[in-house]
Design a protein around this ligand. Sequence first.
Ligand code: PEP
Length: 260
Amino acid sequence: MRRPLVAGNWKMNLNLPQGRELVGGIRDGLAALGPAARNVETAVCPPAIYLFPLAEMLKGSEIRLGAQDVYYEPKGAFTGDLSAAMVAESGASYVILGHSERRHTIGHLEDDQMIHRKIRAALGGGLTPIICVGETLAERESGQTLDVLTFQLTAALVGLALETPERLVLAYEPVWAIGTGRNATPDQAQEAHGHLRGRLRELAGGLADGIRILYGGSMKPDNAGALLSQPDVDGGLIGGASLKADSFVGIIQAALAAPR
Ligand code: PEP
């Protein structure tokens, strides 16, 4: 069985006091759900500068931390960058890689090769990558969705030897659904996730059944239940709705209630 993961991507939002307040609210919300809350894994991915203080605050808690990026080199003259080992030193377990805001935004424009190198570096530095893949609206409308997913997933994982399924998380994030309020339908999500699982089987054999595939794109408490009830949807990567404890915990509650 795959334990669902609900991870919040704070992006470039909140200051440190607000981040602490949000983490405190999530912690209280999970405590109110009782021991069953452990059936869903929870993670927050704040701006990297807040990882150390939030890790301190989360000592002894089950809430995991993730970063939003790492560079692929282990050290050296790379002004402004952070290595996977530096991020891991903070206590973070995860790193989001391949997010559309890094693939498509001016100033980043990360290509599949760059993303692959970062995934390799994350694994080597002790972090579990949350690898985002997803089609643009134009690609969906021209019937290319599954081909895009195959290409991005294959480029991300080519040549990597995975030891355990827990060391990798995938996120299907249709670009047209991110931050738009327009989520994929449960059927659209299941089609994409089922396709990714099939391709994972070709790349990683039996490990594919243990690798979690999250859905991301305007997930909210009121649409989470239907998405998370799909057989290959193993949690959510949440942007906007992760910035408020109530809505984030509401999604975790939906994950707990979803039939698996
Ligand atoms: C994201 O950025 O990964 C995301 C899913 O954002 P939102 O939930 O705001 O669509």
